[in-house]
Design a protein around this ligand. Structure first.
Ligand SMILES: Cc1ncc(COP(=O)(O)OP(=O)(O)O)c(N)n1
Ligand SMILES: Cc1ncsc1CCOP(=O)(O)O
Length: 521
């Protein structure tokens, strides 16, 4: 990497966003104090003379801080002020020409949207790539819609392969709609599984330029970026040590005991459906959690710092609930609160599919839980279908592979419920053989699994999400087994009440004795 080229937090300026009377150089100065590591002066409408004058003012600030100043598009302006380099787009001066004019010591960054553009830019000697756009942005008109973090990831993976092929280091940021709410998701989702390589950082315009305090905004972004770059608890990498059964069982017992014994009482926020809301609240209480059902967008900000985990269930989703889900998930990401998504009936209508697609694209999840039909719809498989909220079909040929692959794609734990439940974090995959057929005869038994996941995963916020998810699945299934055995249970109605009782009565000893957890390939 060129000396001084630290792309961790990349500020691209837009003086039209600056508050009236506040000089651009002052904004840049404050942003650098907050942790910006590189600045690009982007003045799309300025006359050359004004551009040069502004560049000289900003350069005083960046030089004092010892960070690079790049100029957007205009190689002549970069030369005039002896900037550290330029950032050029696909329609600007060709890279070779910019390099010929500026020489080898200057930084040249190039915007790319596709794998082919990335490959070309690297081969032609770009020092870094600006991959995007990641999300919709009001800052710039873009011809092609946003790629989302998964689209950015595929360009990044190709860029890294190109670098390996020609033995050249590759550096990149992503840009477009990036802010402190989605920074962690973007960085975790774009990290490669094979080599564990993250983007170098994030580039933002409005997240800093429009902030009341550019310093505070930059500081928050920096802390989110550091969290994402340092955290290994969400997306398991290929070289992560797989979890063995005996270690998993011990860990499940510990997580369960911590909640059941009251050592910790997670506050589990639900935005869930009208059918199961009461059962889920009772299940949460019975398992040792504290439920709060809160879906209005207005209260999400105030709730967020107290919440231990967030369960999003789209069973009876409406426009108002969607707004609440977006607000809650934004806040959850900011607070690094684990999110469970239960995509109820996602295969049934295009509307539900779109709702889930947008939530996963914008914020991702820590755990996705669904029945086989829902998992098939998310995975894009026709092996299973949906009728309403139920799965229809003969089952997956290789269910373990489906959950593992979906986990790897979405960078989260995937839980698929059924007669046998399958769980994967992309590296370790487990089958849980507990449960009872009566679970299939009451409404909301799957939603209560979502509740149980929310109740136990907060425990492992810095550890193993898969263990938290396994704990929830095992606890629910053992409660169902115990309830079904009771002499007072005569059918679904009595089972429903007994089910909650047995969640309440479940002990760690019963759990250790009766759980049937198998590691699968
Ligand atoms: C870091 C970074 N990445 C991408 C861009 C976009 O550049 P470009 O495609 O040239 O578009 P304009 O910025 O010129 O509108 C960027 N500026 N910075
Ligand atoms: C310059 C640029 N290039 C691609 S998107 C974009 C603007 C990003 O702005 P914001 O961070 O405000 O979404």
């Amino acid at each position: 990497m060129k000396q001084n080229l630290d792309l961790t937090l990349y500020l691209v300026t837009d003086s039209q966003m600056a508050p009236a009377g506040k000089p651009l150089a002052q904004i840049v100065d404050e942003a650098i104090q907050g942790g910006v590591t590189i600045v690009q002066l982007r003045e799309k409408t300025a006359e050359t003379g004004d551009f040069v004058r502004t560049a000289l003012e900003v350069k005083k600030v960046t030089s004092k801080a010892g960070i690079p100043l790049l100029i957007n598009d205009r190689v002549d302006v970069a030369q005039a002020v002896d900037a550290d380099g330029v950032h050029i787009g696909q329609d600007d001066l060709p890279i070779e020409e910019a390099r010929r004019i500026l020489g080898d010591n200057k930084i040249i960054g190039v915007s790319v949207q596709t794998a082919e553009e990335a490959e070309e830019a690297i081969v032609k000697g770009a020092d870094y790539l600006g991959i995007g756009t990641c999300y919709d942005t009001a800052t710039k008109y873009v011809k092609v819609g946003p790629q989302g973090p998964q689209g950015v990831r595929s360009v990044w993976e190709h860029a890294l392969k190109t670098g390996q092929r020609i033995n050249r280091p590759v550096h990149a940021v992503t840009i477009g709609g990036v802010n402190s709410y989605n920074a962690v998701h973007v960085l975790i989702c774009t990290r490669t599984l094979a080599d564990n390589v993250s983007l170098d950082g994030l580039a933002v315009v409005s997240a800093i330029m429009t902030a009341e305090s550019p310093k505070t905004a930059a500081k928050l972004l920096r802390s989110q970026i550091s969290f994402a770059l340092e955290s290994s608890w969400v997306a398991k990498q290929d070289n992560s040590k797989p979890l063995g059964v005996s270690r998993a069982c011990q860990a499940i017992a510990t997580v369960f005991d911590n909640v059941k014994s009251g050592k910790t009482t997670p506050l589990v926020q639900h935005i869930t459906n009208q059918v199961v809301i009461n059962d889920c609240a009772n299940a949460c209480l019975a398992l040792g959690g504290s439920p709060i059902m809160a879906s209005d967008p207005v209260e999400q900000h105030d709730l967020a710092s107290a919440v231990s985990s967030l369960v999003i269930n789209i069973g009876t989703v409406s426009d108002h609930q969607i707004a609440g889900m977006h607000a809650a998930m934004r806040e959850a990401r900011l607070h690094n609160t684990p999110i469970v998504i239960d995509p109820v009936g996602v295969g049934t209508t295009p509307f539900r599919k779109q709702v889930v697609k947008e939530l996963l694209r914008d914020y991702g999840a820590h755990v996705i839980k669904g029945n086989a039909g829902e998992i098939a719809a998310l995975f894009g498989s026709s092996e299973m279908q949906m009728r309403g909220v139920d799965a229809v079909g003969g089952g997956f040929k290789d269910p373990a592979k489906v959950v593992r692959e979906l986990s790897r794609r979405e960078r989260c734990v995937v839980v698929m419920t059924g007669k046998v439940d399958y769980l994967s974090d992309g590296v370790s995959t487990f089958a849980v053989h507990n449960g009872h057929s009566l679970q299939g005869h009451i409404t909301g038994s799957g939603c209560m699994v979502g509740t149980a996941l929310g109740t136990f995963i907060h425990q492992v916020a810095n550890g193993d999400l898969l263990v938290g998810a396994l704990t929830g699945v095992v606890a629910i299934n053992l409660a169902a087994e115990a309830a079904a055995l009771r002499s007072d249970v005569k059918g679904p109605g009595t089972f429903r009440a007994a089910f909650i009782d047995e969640m309440y009565n479940l002990t760690v000893d019963t759990l250790l004795k009766n759980m049937r957890v198998e590691r699968v390939k």
